[in-house]
Design a protein around this ligand. Structure first.
Ligand code: PLP
Length: 365
């Protein structure tokens, strides 16, 4: 069958392989890993690749995505702070949710009561990144209030860093969670089993052995998908960075100058473009654009191809030095960064194909 373009090809055996590496690396330190599915829109074949690696717990930021995986037999975590307006679905589709607002937690308790359930929550604490979470000074007060709610069970403390403020997790800031848990135990005789110490940016602490031993959960997306920790962007040993490949089709190839002719105004996105004169180059247009991808997150597999730029639907490449001569109808392949995987997996115009290579890479890690 002829493929449709643009498309993302996902190599599921590479996902399973990465997932196993990360799972075993964390298990050695007593850490459970929640597999984060939002970047690939909770596509079921990819979730299955995680489960095949041994994952028993997945998380997504959107209730719609958790609903999509209703039939999948594993624990589900809602990652984005619950919306009041979705409280009913949060109870229905998640086993545990991350929360930071007492008002919403009370509504969750009410909705859980209506269906005669107890809902587990992790209280998010802001240790400096200024995205979600209760400020440290307010934690004890809110915990006391949560303990009064009949249908809510507080199972842990969590934090998220490196997402907004770029704050890097380290022993110092993660120990704040550990100390809070001790205070809660001393003051309220409440034992919180889980300390959820962040996302892929915390993996470097696992790799260098300095993660506090009390941290027993991480929520990992990018690490599995792209084989990188995200504090410094370093590779995770023995992981693939090319499980997701974007492929696009060339619709025009012509030798043209590198500087436009005429007065330069705004481009389609309101920016004033600048051009470096490299003379006449062989330019290819690939039928994919900013509606589907993040241009600076695309990396041609052929290192001799470079990217001029893109508009909504057209990606402009310099293919003068390409490894093999290209023509109209040829397919160009790219690796992607996180933002580009997110955009392409979310775009309805990009077809998704799941490839399963032979079992060679499914060895035990
Ligand atoms: C997205 C997200 C994660 C996973 O982040 P990665 O950098 O992909 O590992 C973890 N926790 C929360 C709350 C998130 O929103």
């Amino acid at each position: 069958m002829r493929k449709q373009y643009p498309c993302v090809e996902v190599d599921l055996s590479k996902i399973t392989y990465n997932a196993k590496q990360i799972l075993s690396m964390c298990k050695n330190k007593g850490i459970d890993v929640v597999g984060v599915t939002k970047v690939f829109c909770a596509e079921i074949p990819i979730i299955n690749a995680l489960l095949q690696a041994g994952f028993t717990h997945v998380g997504d930021s959107r209730v719609q995505n958790l609903k999509k995986m209703e039939q999948i037999n594993c624990k589900k975590m809602l990652l984005r702070i619950s919306m009041e307006s979705e409280a009913e679905q949060v109870i229905k589709y998640s086993d545990v949710s991350l929360n930071s607002e007492l008002k919403t937690i009370k509504i969750l308790s009410q909705k859980a009561k209506e269906v005669n359930r107890t809902h587990n929550i992790i209280l998010m604490v802001d240790i400096g990144d200024l995205r979600e979470g209760v400020l440290i000074k307010d934690v004890l007060g809110i915990v006391k209030e949560i303990m009064n709610l009949q249908h809510i069970k507080l199972v842990g403390l969590g934090t998220n860093v490196t997402c907004y403020g770029g704050v890097i997790p380290d022993r110092d800031n993660l120990m704040k969670l550990v100390n809070l848990r001790s205070e809660i135990k001393n003051l309220y005789k409440l034992d919180l089993p889980i300390i959820s110490g962040g996302n892929s940016s915390s993996l470097y602490l696992v790799m260098n052995g300095s993660i506090p031993k009390e941290i027993n959960q991480l929520r990992v997306g990018e690490g599995i998908i792209l084989g990188r920790e995200t504090s410094f962007g370093g590779p995770i040993p023995n992981c693939y960075d090319d499980a997701f490949i974007l492929k696009g089709e060339i619709v025009e190839i012509k030798d043209k100058p590198t500087v436009p002719t005429g007065k330069i105004g705004m481009d389609a996105f309101g920016n004033k473009p600048h051009f470096q004169d490299k003379g006449i180059r062989k330019r290819a247009i690939v039928a994919v654009g900013r509606q589907d991808i993040k241009v600076d997150g695309l990396f041609p597999l052929d290192k001799n191809i470079s990217i001029f730029g893109a508009s909504s639907d057209h990606l402009l490449l310099d293919v003068t030095d390409s490894a093999s001569p290209l023509k109209v109808g040829d397919i160009v392949e790219f690796k992607m960064d996180y933002g580009c995987v997110l955009a392409s997996m979310t775009s309805n115009y990009v077809k998704k194909y799941y490839e399963k290579q032979p079992e060679y890479s499914l060895v035990n890690c």
